[in-house]
Design a protein around this ligand. Structure first.
Ligand SMILES: [Cu+2]
Length: 167
């Protein structure tokens, strides 16, 4: 599977740190609507599973609230277990490792996307087909746990775009 090897983001952790150091930041005004410990979960999606694969991955965006938080766990009824993972390229080989605590800086958006951070799903209980949804519960170190509906999307490009113009 050519899972995200096209991404040449060397070290997501370094990129994140760099973003934090560049203290240009967002205007504080954008935080006004957030409560103290609230993380917004946006655009959750997962890849359709390939063949008999029993692992999967879910992706989403996390927007920090007024205080810094961290994603510390995930669970879903469709998988035996779920873990937060980071991906990095070492000598051209993509490697993944568990990230027990993924920092979500106040007011910043942390993106989980192919080639970077993701929620790894182990022991899928059934095949995940495009169009399905499943619940995913995210646990944070401060904010209350949140359950979102994850939308399953097709594996690759060009597999489901058949809406031709009428003629
Ligand atoms: Cu993984």
């Amino acid at each position: 599977m050519s899972l995200a090897i096209r991404h040449h983001v060397a070290l997501p952790l370094v990129a994140l740190a760099a973003a934090g150091l560049a203290s240009l930041a967002l205007p504080n005004a954008t935080l006004a609507a957030d409560t103290d410990s609230k993380v917004s979960v946006e655009a959750p999606w997962a890849r359709a599973s390939a063949g008999a694969a029993t692992t999967g991955a879910a992706y989403l965006k996390l927007k920090g609230g007024a205080q810094s938080d961290a994603l510390v766990g995930a669970s879903t009824p469709v998988a035996a277990s779920a873990e937060v993972h980071g991906s990095m390229s070492e000598n051209g080989v993509m490697k993944m490792r568990a990230v027990p605590s993924l920092p979500i800086p106040a007011g910043k958006v942390v993106t989980l996307a192919p080639g970077g951070y993701h929620i790894m799903l182990f022991g899928l209980k059934h095949k995940m087909a495009a169009g399905q949804t499943f619940p995913l519960t995210l646990t944070f170190s401060h904010a209350a746990a949140e359950t979102v509906e994850v939308k399953v999307q097709a594996m690759g490009p060009g597999t489901m775009q058949h809406d031709m113009p009428k003629h």
